[in-house]
Ligand binder design. Structure first.
Ligand code: HEC
Ligand code: HEC
Length: 436
């Protein structure tokens, strides 16, 4: 939506109750794929074990053996993707089967690229079913003449198109897509995915434990549809587990009374929650200086155009602006959603900032390379002549829906920018009690 007004006066009604459902806070060591596999039997339910096996299984690509969900959502980079890795088969030399260009991953088909960067698959299950909500101004906002607005919230993907309306879970619906995309795992049909599972004894046993039947049939459309949806449900169950949604960062330890922020980190949190106005979109309450509760997802799961420039090196989109939420709404068969497409052109779902210290690229198109760059962008997007590494900020992809709140010309000093970055780094999972 267009936000030329001050968002801080808008109380978000609906959200709080929605986040509680899968907010588990078990602390775990950093997830390394093999170590996590070894622990599986002790910590995961049968449904989650099945989902985990599928998530890490590179046989579930065409050609077989080159790509799993984890190839593009790797635990060591916060369940997101990588930066630059040689492509076109040359990746093998670096231990990868497929490559990356400026944060955009190559599909199982060599040289097939989508135009977006993978978000973290961690904490995605906390996103509610995609819906239109009414956001009501608080008393101060009403006094300033603000009126209630209609906003979209929830869903998975940068544009929310995995709505979750059919299965009641955005992540379960999301998980059905990559196996079939020619730019990802590249199967020609759901039945082809199920055929691989039913030909594997380990999957039949896991299926029996998860669903009470060994039957992974794909012979009729009804069987295929039922069982393919079960694949999505199992993956989402794993993604909601304490191996993925770990809540094991230093900040979580601080909330539990087991660690203390350094003075710089504490100052970063204060700025984040006050004058830098990050709280407005990257907390679930959206309330200035509100205490951050355990289980905080660090996003409001709403959609904004913060003016990210085109990634000119994007191998998929090649400098074509991305309509984001607006482009999805424009294709909807819901007329109320279609009516709101223009106002949401170029808006993307606010990502969690948990684990951003582990990530190699940032933003929906991978155009930013470091947290320091992201922070400087927020602080100086609208400051004449400002930029990064001597290059001025590129023009926003869609200027007419641009958000001016908390973004553009905050007026922070370099030390304050560094403090906010230091705070964000306390949100990386796998805190061991040893401060680096
Ligand atoms: C070739 C790389 C690639 C593969 C393989 C892949 N993904 Fe993704 N994933 C992406 C990209 C890119 C996006 C963002 C796409 C968009 O917004 O249009 C994404 C988005 C997601 C999201 C949305 C997160 C959110 O906050 O909305 C989840 C969850 C996810 N992927 C899980 C999976 C699962 C599960 C699999 C395996 C079935 C998988 N991905 C396979 C690249 C990949
Ligand atoms: C108006 C809402 C809004 C405000 C205010 C805001 N953000 Fe964001 N943030 C977003 C959205 C939306 C994106 C994704 C934009 C895109 O990719 O086009 C994002 C992306 C990010 C990312 C990149 C994460 C990733 O996975 O790529 C970081 C880090 C971040 N914000 C930190 C901050 C900090 C720090 C502040 C305060 C200085 C802040 N944000 C203020 C909405 C907001």
């Amino acid at each position: 939506m267009l936000h030329s007004f001050k968002l801080k006066h808008l109380a978000v009604l609906l959200l709080l109750g929605l986040f509680t459902e899968s907010c588990r806070r078990d602390s775990l060591d950093p997830v390394e794929i093999d170590a996590a596999r070894a622990r599986t039997r002790n910590t995961l339910t049968p449904l989650q074990q099945l989902g985990k096996q599928i998530f890490f299984d590179a046989r579930l690509s065409e050609p077989v053996g080159v790509q799993s969900c984890a190839s593009c959502h790797a635990p060591q980079v916060g369940f997101s993707g990588f930066g630059d890795i040689p492509t076109g088969g040359a990746a093998a030399a670096s231990g990868f089967k497929r490559g990356w260009i400026t944060g955009i991953g190559e599909g199982a088909n060599i040289s097939a690229f989508a135009n977006r960067r993978p978000q973290s698959a961690a904490y995605a299950t906390l996103s509610p079913v995609f819906q239109l909500v009414t956001v009501v101004p608080d008393a101060e906002g009403i006094a300033e003449g603000l009126v209630p607005t209609q906003e979209f919230v929830g869903g998975n993907f940068w544009d929310g198109r995995a709505t979750g309306q059919r299965l009641g879970s955005a992540s379960a619906e999301q998980a059905l897509g990559p196996f079939l995309s020619t730019k990802e795992q590249n199967h020609h049909s759901p039945a082809a995915v199920l055929a691989k599972l039913r030909n594997n004894r380990a999957y039949i046993a896991l299926w029996q434990a998860a669903f009470g039947t060994p039957d992974i049939s794909n012979l009729t459309p009804a069987q295929t549809s039922l069982n393919y949806d079960r694949v999505g449900t199992a993956i989402a169950a794993y993604e909601a587990s304490s191996e993925v949604n770990q809540f094991s960062s230093k900040f979580d330890a601080v909330l539990a009374g087991r660690a203390t922020l350094t003075p710089e980190e504490a100052e970063g949190l204060r700025l984040f929650n006050n004058e830098a106005e990050c709280y407005d979109c990257h907390t679930s309450s959206g309330i200035r200086n509100a205490p951050i509760p355990p289980g905080e997802p660090f996003t409001n799961f709403r959609y904004f155009n913060i003016g990210v420039p085109v990634n000119t090196k994007n191998p998929g989109g090649n400098a074509v602006p991305d309509g984001g939420l607006g482009a999805f709404l424009a294709t909807s068969d819901n007329p109320a959603w279609r009516d709101l497409a223009t106002a949401n052109w170029g808006a993307f779902k606010t990502p969690t900032i948990r684990n951003v210290g582990k990530m190699q690229r940032f933003m929906h198109n991978g155009s930013m390379q470091s947290l320091e760059e992201v922070m400087h962008f927020y602080n100086t997007r609208d400051v004449a002549g400002a930029g990064w590494n001597g290059v001025p900020w590129g023009a926003p992809e869609y200027p007419f829906t641009l958000d001016f709140h908390g973004v553009g010309a905050i007026g922070l000093t370099a030390a304050q920018e560094a403090a906010i970055v230091a705070f964000m780094r306390t949100l990386d999972d796998g805190y061991t009690g040893v401060t680096q």
